[in-house]
Design a protein around this ligand. Structure first.
Ligand code: NDP
Length: 292
């Protein structure tokens, strides 16, 4: 049976290390990293995410600002707020919660964020920096996924890695990070032929598909490490349940290690957002970026 990779415990440890780093930045450099989160509208899931982000930001000792705007807010008003935050020296990280209402052009808003404050790592400048191997702010879920893989496997150098999914938010940045770790990387997607055969080559599988329990145990190479990014809500036995993109029951019998859903990659995302904020604050102040 596979070793279960405990993302909740790893994220707790990371937040603990971050709290110490933040205390050190305050005492040695008078620097308190600050994160501004902008929420437009009343999307219930987004409201929960934003509240969790704010709570955890404060818990590690950083400044947190929540800007809640009405769903009918004009695009120009949102852009003006982003510009104000871009020039606010106390604010080191800016996150505009997606999805935005339909009348707002998300690409335009994300492009307006100063890349050095872009703690979501979605700005094209950060995408370019990542793909050319420069210091950059990297999307949070991919960073968290690779941290968990390294925790389970140690060095990833030379491993065959298969990433299922090619979104800008998860699949592509995770593939870039694995390449930087010297994996041999295959990116699979909806047009991939014979996906089970492709997955069977992998020492490391990262599933970011959005299809409940799609990857089966008999697709895996015995002993493979499985990082399941998927979060899918299904009905089972008359109850709502969260499941990943991997069929946990069959995969855990074949894999060497596997992340559960919930409790795997999920908790890493906010922890990595806070990590990006600390890194952004240090870079903006010319302080050496802590390892974390
Ligand atoms: P997207 O819908 O943007 O991308 C899904 C990808 O999966 C696409 O590249 C698509 O291929 C591919 N795909 C779809 N169906 C198949 C199939 N049958 N076989 C192979 N590939 C397929 O999703 P995201 O990347 O945004 O999210 C993926 C999952 O991760 C979701 O479950 C999401 O909820 C979860 N997630 C979790 C986060 C967290 O833990 N905090 C954060 C972000 C996402 P194609 O490009 O060809 O269409």
């Amino acid at each position: 049976m596979a070793k279960i990779i405990d993302g909740k415990a790893y994220a707790e440890g990371l937040r603990g290390r971050m709290a110490k780093t933040v205390a050190g930045l305050k005492s040695k450099h008078g620097l308190t990293p600050g994160l501004a989160v902008v929420l437009v509208g009343e999307d219930p899931a987004s409201k929960v995410y934003v509240a969790n982000k704010a709570k955890q930001t404060v818990e590690v000792g950083m400044n947190s600002w929540e800007h809640k705007l009405d769903a009918a807010t004009p695009e120009a008003t949102l852009l003006a707020l982003v510009e104000k935050l871009n020039t606010d020296p106390a604010c080191h990280g800016i996150l505009v919660q997606l999805p935005l209402p339909k009348h707002i052009d998300s690409d335009k808003v994300l492009s307006a964020i100063n890349p050095d404050k872009d703690v979501d790592g979605f700005h094209v400048v950060n995408v370019g920096r990542l793909s050319t191997g420069q210091e950059s702010l990297v999307p949070c879920t991919p960073v968290g996924s690779v941290m968990l893989a390294k925790d389970a496997l140690g060095s990833l150098a030379g491993l065959e890695a298969v990433v299922i999914g090619r979104s800008n938010i998860v699949g592509k940045p995770v593939a870039q990070l694995l390449l930087a770790e010297n994996c041999t990387v295959t990116i699979a997607h909806s047009k991939t032929k014979d996906l089970p055969a492709v997955v069977r080559r992998a020492d490391l599988v990262i599933a970011a598909v959005g299809r409940a329990e799609m990857v089966k145990g008999d697709w895996l190479k015995p002993g493979a490490c499985v990082i399941d990014v998927g979060i899918n809500r299904i009905e089972r036995d008359g109850k709502g349940k969260l499941v990943g993109d991997c069929d946990f029951a069959s995969c855990e019998k074949v894999a060497g290690s596997i992340t559960p859903v919930p409790g795997g990659v999920g908790p890493m995302t906010i922890a990595c957002l806070l990590r990006n904020t600390v890194r952004a604050a240090c870079a903006q102040k010319g302080i050496a970026i802590p390892e974390l």
